[in-house]
Design a protein around this ligand. Structure first.
Ligand code: G6P
Length: 613
């Protein structure tokens, strides 16, 4: 959350900063701002609202020519959403400007100290103390380099930060530093660009250096130097991004979310590419680095994740337990990190995160490693902190996901988890013929999803008809329960309506009290088993005046007589059924959100990557 961008080079910086902020907007979008150096002075512009508003304002009200500057898009933590709290923040006297992602936990103590030294504060943020702290250290040791001043300042800071500092005293240099919040340096020729994620630098360069925790870097147009906060110079490794710039474009779609829903046949294909054994009876993952004996000796799996990734893990639990017969625990990463859970030594831990930067998931990873577990990662963002910190891992290869509400990353996580179920199952009791059927079903997924995508218009009509219902209840059994949970989360996130999910049969133990003409129940009824029971539950809802939408693949019942609306999807193998069943729920949330006039790509209060606790 919060996007950071900075540039030093030969080009005009204003448009580079604003274009970068547009790419980073999914990290936060309550306000935005830029600071550049022009004629020896720091000039800033800030704006409450989206980056588009900043861009419009900058066009007419920001005439400064400059080739060095920093920018920020905010997700408020300390201080309300207002222009005075938007970044960049300036030091008293305007010599230093800071953009920051993270939380300065001891900011009140530092502020008290700086107030005593007669510094003034104009915002309610924790970030502003950083600007003044840097100014204080500059005045204390004027002979020091810019990097040294920032380093000395940061030694007093507790909390988390990804930050960039611009100064009129050091006009050729930007200082960046990182502790828990991501930052990378994009290396160009005669120019360098820093950002909190790769999406913002990909159009300028594919060569990047990732900063690690407690590293600080001095960035000039023709060189950069990374040191640690305490020990000295760091040997950096340059990575190749391999990121398609066009991934960040809308390609004619009104929203990224819709574009990404339609990308799922190919994102799922990419998740599977090259990952089946030659005899097509199992899957394989180059990154997993476990010998067959090691795979076999795993007695238990533990998955940690947040949000949508957590629901993917929950679905994975049903698949792995059913097909591979390995017990699986799924934990909210935010809970696991503080829980002293008694796990056994033959447990293999997986952390799952689209962004690879979620702070709670990262903390769970550190906790599991501290306890001596081998920790694997499933992440989408190549080079992300989680990808670099786990012992080994699997990339999702879903491509850049720009929509704040995850869609294609969710189904690619499900695909990988289903492939893991197959892999573990084949290491145990699944015979090769059954394995081939499973693999074949996985390979047919893109075609099945293409079929489901055809129902978008029908689902749009359903969304338009029922968008004003008061309660939305999502119901599913077994592996469809996590899919129902994800459907409800999606709807809450982007349409701001009351939505909950329950295992279908649990409805009569409480939630049935919510049923009235104002409620819409969405049944994910795509499993052959327990279908009769689901039909009973549908009738219980109908008897109480509730409206019913059923997602089904069965041809036995006359569903149209039972339900108000029926969405038919293809019947597929149980190992991939949750993936196919998830797509109609994505459409439903999207079209309800759009019909209610919501900005589905920038849902209020949310950020795609949550890098603060
Ligand atoms: C945030 C986002 C969710 C996302 C969750 C986990 O809460 O708003 O959409 O599912 O973080 O993100 P991750 O990148 O770790 O999968």
């Amino acid at each position: 959350m919060c996007g950071i961008i900075g540039y030093v080079g030969q080009k005009q910086v204003k448009s580079i900063l604003i274009n970068g902020l547009k790419r980073l907007e999914y990290r936060g979008y309550d306000s935005a701002g830029i600071a550049v150096l022009a004629q020896g002075e720091i000039c800033t512009m800030k704006c409450v609202g989206k980056v588009a508003e900043l861009a419009a304002k900058a066009q007419t009200h920001f005439p400064y020519a400059s080739t060095i500057g920093i920018g920020h898009t905010r997700w408020a933590t300390h201080g309300n959403v207002s222009e005075k709290n938007a970044h960049p923040h300036l030091s008293d006297g305007n010599y230093f400007a800071v953009v920051h992602n993270g939380i300065v936990e001891n900011y009140l103590q530092i502020k008290a100290f700086l107030l005593e030294k007669r510094y003034h504060f104009y915002s309610d943020t924790d970030t502003e103390i950083l600007a003044n702290l840097i100014d204080y250290h500059y005045r204390k040791a004027m002979q020091c380099s810019f990097g040294e001043i920032v380093r000395k300042s940061l030694l007093h800071v507790e909390g988390t930060y990804g930050l960039a500092v611009l100064s009129s005293i050091f006009p050729d240099e930007i200082i960046v530093a990182r502790k828990s919040s991501p930052l990378l340096i994009g290396l160009g020729y005669g120019e360098n660009i820093i950002a909190s994620d790769a999406a913002a630098v990909a159009r300028y360069t594919q060569r990047v250096v990732y900063l690690n925790d407690e590293e600080i870097a001095s960035i000039r147009s023709d060189n950069f130097l990374v040191t640690t906060l305490r020990e000295g110079v760091v040997d950096t490794v340059c990575h190749n991004l391999d990121l398609e710039v066009r991934d960040a474009d809308l390609a004619g779609y009104p929203y990224y979310m819709l574009k990404e829903i339609f990308e799922q046949p190919s994102s799922i294909e990419n998740a599977m590419r090259g990952r089946f054994t030659e005899d097509n009876s199992s899957s394989k993952f180059g990154g997993l680095s476990l010998a067959p004996q090691e795979l076999r000796s795993v007695k238990r799996l533990l998955f940690c994740a947040c949000g949508t990734a957590y629901y993917a893990c929950l679905a994975g639990k049903y698949l792995i337990e059913k097909y591979a017969r390995i017990p699986v625990d799924v934990e909210y990463a935010s809970e696991f990190r503080y829980r002293n859970a008694p796990f056994q030594s033959d447990t293999l831990v997986f952390v799952v995160s689209q962004s690879g930067e979620t702070i709670d998931t990262l903390a769970a990873l550190y906790e599991a490693k501290r306890k001596g577990y081998t920790v694997m990662g499933i992440t989408n963002v190549v080079g992300s902190t989680i990808a670099r910190t786990t012992d080994a891992g699997i990339y999702q290869h879903a491509g850049l996901e720009m929509g704040v509400a995850s869609t294609k990353a969710f189904t690619s996580q499900l695909t990988i988890l289903s492939m893991l179920a197959l892999l573990f199952a084949r290491q145990r009791d699944m015979d090769s013929f059954t394995g081939q059927q499973y693999a074949c079903a996985l390979k047919s997924l893109p075609a099945a999803i293409n079929e489901v995508l055809q129902s978008s218009k029908q689902i749009r009509h359903i969304a338009e008809k029922y968008c004003n219902q008061k309660h939305f209840l999502f119901l599913g059994r077994q592996v469809m329960y996590p899919i129902a949970l994800e459907g409800a989360l999606k709807l809450k996130e982007i349409a701001y309506v009351h939505a909950e999910a329950f295992p279908t049969a649990e409805m009569k133990h409480g939630p049935i009290a919510l049923i009235s003409e104002q409620s819409l129940c969405i049944f994910v009824a795509t499993q052959r088993e327990l279908l009769e029971k689901t039909v009973n539950n549908i009738q219980e809802v109908k008897a109480r005046g509730g409206k019913v939408v059923a997602i089904i693949n069965d041809k036995k019942y006359i569903w149209e007589e039972l339900c108000d609306e029926v969405i038919r999807i293809p019947e597929v193998h149980g190992g991939v059924n949750p993936i196919v069943s998830a797509i109609p729920l994505q459409f439903l949330a999207y079209y309800i959100g759009v019909t209610l006039g919501c900005d589905v790509d920038r849902p209020r209060n949310l950020a795609k990557s949550v890098t603060v606790e």
